[in-house]
Design a protein around this ligand. Structure first.
Ligand code: SF4
Ligand code: SF4
Length: 452
C-alpha cells in the first residue's frame, strides 16, 4: 500500500462551464437503486474479437479447444487493439463471423461454459505494484486486455503510453455517467469505491500525474459520499469535482474543459493539453488486472426501460446475448426498440442475439409510449442545434453540406470534431436527422482519408 499522508478530501464545483448541452429526462430511477448482481451463466457465450476501438483481435483458439477463465482467446492485432480472454471455463464450440452491435460481421469465439469456473493463472497478482516498473504495469494492463469502459473502448495501455514529448499533469476519472437511464458506473462507485480508488492510484502512478480529479455529476450525492470515504487518506492534489447535471458532461473534451479550462484543439487528443481521462469502470478493471491478476472478462451492464419486468445492474460475462440479459431481468413486454447503450449515444439493434462487449454499459428497451415517429421537415433556421452543440459546430449548416454530399465542405466545417452526442437532433423542432448526417459524413471523410 502507498505511504499515505492524511488530508481532508476536497470536493469542489467544476470551475468552468463547457458550451452547449441539453437537459433530457434522465429516467435513472428505474435502475439506480438496484444493487449489482451476477446473472446466471448463459448456455453459450459468443465473444466478439471486436471489443474495443481499433483493430479486432486475432482469434488464437479453435473449435474443440478447452479453455479456462482467463485463457487468451484473441490476441491484439496491432498497436490500437486489445487482447480478449475467455470469461469462463468450457469448450470452444466454434470460431465464426457473427453480427456485432454496429451491424458488422466480425470473428467471434463461441464457448460453452462447463460451469466450473476453473481459472488460468497466467497473470500473477502484483500487490506490491509501486515496486513494479511503470513499463511493466503498462504491459500488465495490455496483457489483461483492459479497454475504456465508458465510451468507444480505447485500449487503455495506449492511453497510458503518451509520446515522450507529452507531459501528463492531470488525470481525470470520469464518473459523470450523464447518459440517461444508465446507472452502471453509479452502482460501481457506490458498491466498490475502494476498488475504483486503488485503480485510480495505479493509473496516477503510471502517468506521473500530479493532479487527480474524480468527476461526478451533482445528481449522484451518494456516489460522491462513497468515493469521498474511499479517498479520505489520499495525498497530494486530489479532489472530487461536482459537475452540474447536464448532458454530455461525460464527454472527454467537455470534461477536460469544465475541470481545467483547457481546450483540446480540433483534431487533437487530451494528451495535447496534458490530460488523460479514464472511466471509473476502467479504473476498477486496472485494479483487477494488477491486484488480482484478472483480465477484463466481464462488466456491469444496466438493463433498463419501462417494458422490462425487473430492470437492474447486471454483472455479465463478455459475450452474453442481449436476449439472455433481458431474461435475467425478468423478460419484457411490448418492446418496440432495443438500444445497445443509452438513448442518446446508443445504437438501435435489429436483433437480440447480439452479445455484450467491454463497452456495453447499457441495454435499453423502449415501449410504444417511449418511441415517437416524426417526419423530418426542412430547417427553419432557429439555431437551437447551434446552441446545443457542445463542440461549437453549426449542425444545421453541416447537415446541408452532407445532404449535398459536399464532404470537403463538411470537413472544412470540422465535421470530424462531432462527438455524435445527439444534442442537435434532440433540440431540433424540425426533427432533422442531424446525427445520422454527421455519422455518415464522418464515415465518408474517413474513407477519403484512408484512400489518400
Ligand atoms: S451530434 Fe455532433 S453536431 Fe450534433 S450536437 Fe453533438 S457534437 Fe454537435
Ligand atoms: S435546430 Fe433544426 S430547424 Fe433549427 S437550425 Fe438546427 S437544423 Fe434547423
Amino acid at each position: 500500500m502507498p505511504n499515505l499522508k492524511f488530508c481532508k478530501m476536497k470536493i469542489i464545483k467544476a470551475p468552468y462551464k463547457s458550451w452547449g448541452g441539453i437537459h433530457p429526462r434522465y429516467h435513472k430511477d428505474l435502475a439506480a437503486d438496484r444493487a449489482l448482481r451476477e446473472m446466471p451463466l448463459p448456455e453459450l457465450l459468443q465473444i466478439s474479437m471486436s471489443q474495443h476501438l481499433g483493430a479486432p483481435a486475432k482469434p488464437v483458439v479453435k473449435k474443440g479447444d478447452s479453455v479456462m477463465q482467463g485463457t487468451l482467446i484473441g490476441e491484439a492485432a496491432g498497436f490500437i487493439s486489445a487482447n480478449v480472454h475467455s470469461p469462463v471455463s468450457g469448450v470452444v464450440k466454434d470460431v465464426v463471423p457473427a453480427i456485432t452491435l454496429t451491424g458488422a460481421m466480425i470473428d467471434s469465439v463461441v464457448i460453452e461454459p462447463d460451469g466450473e469456473d476453473k481459472r488460468v493463472n497466467d497473470l500473477a497478482p502484483l500487490a506490491d505494484w509501486q515496486a513494479v516498473a511503470k513499463k511493466d504495469l503498462i504491459a500488465r494492463v495490455a496483457a489483461a486486455g483492459v479497454a475504456g469502459m465508458g465510451g468507444a473502448g480505447f485500449p487503455t495501455h495506449v492511453k497510458l503510453s503518451p509520446p515522450p514529448d507529452k507531459t501528463i499533469d492531470t488525470l481525470i476519472i470520469n464518473g459523470a455517467e450523464c447518459e440517461p437511464y444508465l446507472t452502471a458506473d453509479y452502482r460501481l462507485m457506490l458498491e466498490s469505491p475502494e476498488r475504483v480508488w486503488l485503480g485510480v492510484s495505479i493509473l496516477r502512478h503510471i502517468l506521473g500525474a500530479k493532479t487527480v480529479r474524480i468527476a461526478i455529476e451533482d445528481n449522484k450525492p451518494e456516489a460522491i459520499r462513497a468515493m469521498e470515504q474511499a479517498m479520505r487518506n489520499a495525498d497530494g492534489d486530489v479532489a472530487i469535482v461536482e459537475l452540474a447535471t447536464e448532458y454530455p458532461q461525460g464527454a472527454e473534451k467537455q470534461q477536460i474543459f469544465a475541470i481545467t479550462g483547457r481546450e483540446v484543439p480540433s483534431g487533437g487528443l487530451p494528451m495535447d493539453v496534458g490530460a488523460v481521462v479514464e472511466n471509473v469502470g476502467t479504473a476498477a478493471a486496472v485494479f483487477d488486472a494488477v491486484f488480482e491478476g484478472m483480465p477484463l472478462i466481464r462488466r456491469i451492464t444496466t438493463v433498463t426501460g419501462l417494458p422490462l419486468n425487473a430492470p437492474g445492474n447486471i454483472i455479465a460475462p463478455l459475450g452474453t446475448s442481449y436476449r439472455a440479459l433481458i431474461e435475467a431481468c425478468g423478460g419484457c413486454a411490448d418492446t418496440v426498440k432495443l438500444i445497445s447503450g443509452g438513448p442518446m449515444m446508443g445504437i438501435a439493434q435489429a436483433i437480440d442475439t447480439v452479445t455484450t462487449t467491454k463497452t456495453t454499459s447499457g441495454l435499453l428497451a423502449l415501449g410504444a409510449p417511449d418511441v415517437s415517429l416524426y417526419e423530418s421537415m426542412p430547417c427553419i433556421s432557429c439555431g437551437r442545434c447551434v446552441d446545443a452543440c457542445p463542440m461549437n459546430l453549426v449542425p444545421s449548416e453541416l447537415s446541408q453540406y452532407l445532404e449535398a454530399e459536399d464532404y470537403e465542405g463538411a470537413e472544412e466545417l470540422h465535421v470530424m470534431d462531432c462527438i455524435e452526442c445527439g444534442c442537435c437532433a434532440f433540440s431540433c423542432p424540425a426533427h432533422r436527422p442531424l446525427v445520422q448526417h454527421m455519422r455518415q459524413g464522418k464515415a465518408r471523410v474517413m474513407l477519403k482519408r484512408k484512400k489518400k
